[in-house]
Design a protein around this ligand. Structure first.
Ligand SMILES: *[C@@H]1O[C@H](CO)[C@@H](O)[C@H](O)[C@H]1NC(C)=O
Length: 344
């Protein structure tokens, strides 16, 4: 079902093909660094009128009447496989940073402000508050080292039905985050996909709750999922940047985690905010800005980022540490934006 849009690069005159790729490749919840086909598509169609990152009058992110996460969001991490303490801390700190008010600018909470602009049909905004909830570790690979989209749901079932300290069932404001270690393969992982989000089925889990999966790609496909800390071979001449927390796999995950949480919040049941005609291939608020981390971003250029004294590259500050996280779509102005924007 997934088109290979890399081939679209080589047909610059076929605007229709571009548009087609643009509308249909962003599979349900995939994430991949060659966002570029979209921007090439929109740049080509809009021509020189492009003023802001990813901007396009052809993208209409629409609201489809479903619910959004407007109540205090609680994120429940499920650590599947082998995770060390430092890796867990980096990820927890990001989640805590989303609604932290005391961090240096540009901040993770500033990044979340774009998500808060989205509302449901009652006019309720996405919640400003995102809490870190109870966690569950599934250390011993009880479902194996190769998961499918459906067995990821079984992982959630395992976590909420565990004999000791099961995760609560929270269908009102819970986001279940299944995080797999670098030795676990998940269906489609590395095949244009670094993470996805969806909702669980009552027939598997017993409830419908929104969830996301993000894998540690540090070993399996760093060139794809840990960009720009690792540069894939098909982009020659670009230098990798130093990651802010000393763990390329986890630092690369942070942008995917941000991507998926933002999309779960605005489209938890795949019937709220997305572009495109077909809900099987929704283009959501983070899909539109993949690979854009700063002003001027687009194509294979990530945009202007910040560089610390230690040489690490990042674009936002959080609690105790810095992160590099992709920008998000602003549906009022039809462009991508982030807390480190220089001119929006
Ligand atoms: C809530 O959404 C409205 C409409 O998008 C927006 O104008 C307002 O700024 C949002 N409020 C917050 C706190 O983001």
């Amino acid at each position: 079902m997934r088109l290979d849009c890399i081939s679209c690069y080589h047909a610059p005159l076929l605007a229709i093909v571009y548009l087609f790729c643009f509308l249909f490749t962003s599979s349900v919840n995939g994430w991949h660094p060659w966002h570029n086909q979209k921007h090439i598509a929109t740049d080509f169609l809009v021509g020189s009128s492009k003023k802001y990152e990813g901007s396009s009058e052809f993208v209409h992110l629409r609201y489809h009447m479903g619910p959004v996460l407007s109540e205090n969001i609680i994120v429940y991490p499920i650590w599947y496989g082998k995770w060390d303490r430092t890796q867990k801390r980096i990820i927890r700190d990001f989640i805590i940073s989303i609604s932290s008010i005391n961090t240096k600018l540009p901040s993770v909470s500033g990044w979340w402000k774009t998500v808060q602009l989205y509302t449901d049909q009652t006019g309720a905004n996405i919640s400003r508050t995102v809490h870190l909830g109870q966690e569950k570790s599934i250390r011993f690979y009880s479902l194996g080292r190769s998961l499918t989209r459906l067995t990821v749901q079984t992982v959630i079932k395992t976590a909420i039905t565990a004999r000791t300290k099961p995760l609560p069932v929270n269908s009102k404001s819970g986001v279940y985050l299944v995080l797999t270690s670098d030795d676990v393969y998940v269906q489609d992982f590395c095949d244009n996909v670094c993470g996805f989000h969806y909702f669980t089925f009552p027939s598997i889990v017993g409830y419908t709750v929104p969830y996301a999966w993000i894998g540690n790609s540090g070993k399996m496909c760093p060139g794809m999922c840990d960009y720009p800390f690792v540069i894939p071979e098909y982009i020659p001449g670009l230098k990798p940047v130093k990651s802010p927390n000393g763990d390329v796999g986890v630092d690369g995950m942070m942008s995917v985690i941000g991507h998926e949480i933002a999309e779960v919040a605005t489209n938890p049941l795949i019937n709220a905010w997305y572009a495109g005609q077909d809900p099987v291939f929704p283009v959501e608020i983070a899909d539109l800005c993949q690979g854009i981390y700063g002003t001027g971003g687009g194509g294979s250029y990530p945009g202007q980022m910040l560089k610390g004294k230690d040489g690490a590259t990042y674009n936002m500050n959080g609690v105790r540490r810095r992160f590099l996280v992709q920008w998000l779509w602003n549906h009022f102005f039809n462009y991508c934006t982030g807390p480190n924007a220089l001119h929006h």
